[in-house]
Design a protein around this ligand. Structure first.
Ligand code: UDP
Length: 252
């Protein structure tokens, strides 16, 4: 499927249905496939830091999760089809897992959240098998991390939800993917478990349609203002790139 390079990062140009098809292929494969869903904040971090850029370039599937990414693709005249929000993609994976019998593991969130999310989702999808849960507040290296890897491996999970916030979750997947033996699909999905557990809410549809989900989150969590300043920076930088380089020589 087609990739579109935006500010040095290759996004998959897919709608939700096509993203699910990519995941289905990955689940039939022989090795682990990583899925990252960056928004403009993370994409801006990648513009600023070669380490983040390398990390995002190593993702197998990169889904555009944010109005800022869509806008940048339009500014650069290489429009992406649609925003594929991580939380929605995760929901599709739960439905697929329930239908096809893929065992799922929930990693992340505060104590008890992953269990609550599992309970709610098992009610919603009766065939769903959540074979393990683990909160996200453990040391991401050393023996604590080893114990979490052991727990995931012993569960036999095939689909792994990694919800540690960005960029912690992307770094964690990148660093540990070779140590996850049964997992075929490892996805970094931010606050998705909080939404599945019912302790956080998605923005109302009107905000999503108006591409203002980021604004709704800012209203709900004003402390995000610092990190959200990356969004206008990303857009301004995109305009700067558009006007300072002819399209063919754009950095990629
Ligand atoms: N979190 C976690 N471990 C950590 C830090 C954060 O499990 O060490 C969880 C946190 O409880 C929340 C999620 O990661 O559920 C981050 O959610 P947010 O919506 O802020 O995601 P982001 O926008 O950072 O991707």
């Amino acid at each position: 499927m087609q990739k579109i390079t935006l500010r040095g990062i290759n996004f998959d140009n897919v709608n939700m249905e096509e993203a699910v098809t990519l995941a289905e292929h990955a689940l039939n494969g022989t090795r682990l496939t990583s899925v990252f869903t960056p928004n403009a904040e993370i994409a801006q971090l990648a513009v600023e830091s070669p380490e983040m850029r390398g990390l995002l370039r190593r993702a197998d599937i990169l889904l555009p999760d944010g109005a800022g990414i869509l806008l940048a693709s339009e500014i650069l005249k290489t429009p992406l089809k649609e925003k594929v929000a991580g939380v929605d993609f995760g929901e599709q994976m739960l439905s697929l897992a329930a239908q096809k019998g893929y065992p799922v593991f929930f990693l992340g969130g505060k104590h008890g959240i992953a269990e609550l999310a599992a309970q709610k989702k098992k009610e919603q999808y009766p065939g769903l098998s959540v074979v393990g849960t683990q909160d996200g507040y453990f040391k991401k290296e050393g023996i604590e991390n080893d114990a979490v890897l052991k727990k995931i491996n012993e569960s036999g999970a095939v689909i792994l939800f990694v919800c540690l916030g960005a960029p912690t979750q992307e770094k964690w997947i990148d660093r540990n993917k070779d140590r996850l033996h049964s997992v075929k699909l490892a996805m970094g999905l931010g606050g998705a478990l909080d939404v599945y557990a019912g302790i956080a809410r998605r923005a109302p549809k009107i905000f999503i349609r108006a591409r203002l989900e980021w604004f709704y989150r800012l209203l709900k969590e004003p402390r995000r203002i610092g990190r959200m300043m990356k969004l206008p920076k990303y857009i301004l930088g995109t305009y700067r790139e558009k006007f300072s380089f002819p399209k063919k020589t754009r950095r990629n």
